[in-house]
Design a binder for this molecule. Structure first.
Ligand code: FE2
Length: 194
C-alpha cells in the first residue's frame, strides 16, 4: 500500500487573507507532499508496506517515524481549518472546554502560549487524555498518539506554516488561526469519537 497526499478540504485561496494560496501551495503542495513521497519510498518493498499509518507511527522511529507522523499531522491540520472557521466552539465541546480549563478564554490563552512557546519546530495541540482535555506541544513530528492522548485540534508551528504570510510572527499566526480559521465542527467531531 502506498500513501497519497490528501486533497485540501477547501480551495487553495479559500483561507486568504489569513492563510494565503501561496502558503498552501508550499505547505500542502511541497512540504506535505514531500513527507508522503519520502514515506512511500521508505516503506516500498518492506515489512511496513502493508501497515496502516497509525501502526507505522506507533512502531517506527527515525526517518520513517518522522515522515509517517508528519503525513498524519498535516492531514489532520488541514481539517482543523475552514473558510467558515474561527470564533468560539459551541455545545458539548464548549462545555468540555469550560469544565477542564475554566473558560474558553483561559483555554485559548493556554493553547496560544503553549504553541507559541514550543522551541523550534513542532505542533500545538488540544487533546483528550485520561478523560480530560489538555493542551500540549510536541517537537518536530511528535504527536499525541505517542503519548496516549487523542488529538482534537492542532496548529502547525513549523516556520513553513507561517513564514510567507506572517514572517517570524508566530504568535500573530496562532491568534489569527484561532480567531478566523479553526474548524470547531471538526474538533467537536473528534471529541465525540475520543
Ligand atoms: Fe507543516
Amino acid at each position: 500500500m502506498s500513501f497519497k497526499l490528501p486533497s485540501l478540504p477547501y480551495d487553495k485561496d479559500a483561507l486568504a487573507p489569513h492563510m494565503s494560496a501561496e502558503t498552501l501551495e508550499f505547505h500542502h503542495g511541497k512540504h506535505h507532499n514531500a513527507y508522503v513521497t519520502k514515506l512511500n519510498g521508505l516503506i516500498d518493498g518492506t515489512k511496513w508496506a502493508d501497515k496502516s499509518l497509525e501502526q507505522i507511527i506507533q512502531e517506527s522511529e527515525g526517518g520513517l517515524f518522522n515522515n509517517a507522523a508528519q503525513h498524519w499531522n498535516h492531514s489532520f491540520f488541514w481539517n482543523c481549518l475552514s473558510p467558515d472557521g474561527g470564533g468560539k466552539p459551541k455545545g458539548d465541546l464548549l462545555a468540555a472546554i469550560e469544565k477542564d480549563f475554566g473558560s474558553y478564554d483561559a483555554f485559548a490563552e493556554k493553547f496560544a502560549s503553549t504553541a507559541a512557546g514550543q522551541f523550534g519546530s513542532g505542533w500545538g495541540w488540544l487533546v483528550k487524555k485520561g478523560g480530560k482535555l489538555q493542551v500540549m506541544a510536541t517537537a518536530n513530528a511528535d504527536l499525541p498518539l505517542k503519548h496516549d492522548a487523542t488529538a482534537l485540534l492542532t496548529i502547525d508551528v513549523w516556520e513553513h506554516a507561517y513564514y510567507i504570510d506572517y514572517r517570524n510572527a508566530r504568535p500573530k499566526f496562532i491568534e489569527t488561526v484561532m480567531k478566523e480559521l479553526v474548524n470547531w465542527d471538526f474538533v467537536a467531531q473528534n471529541l465525540k469519537n475520543a
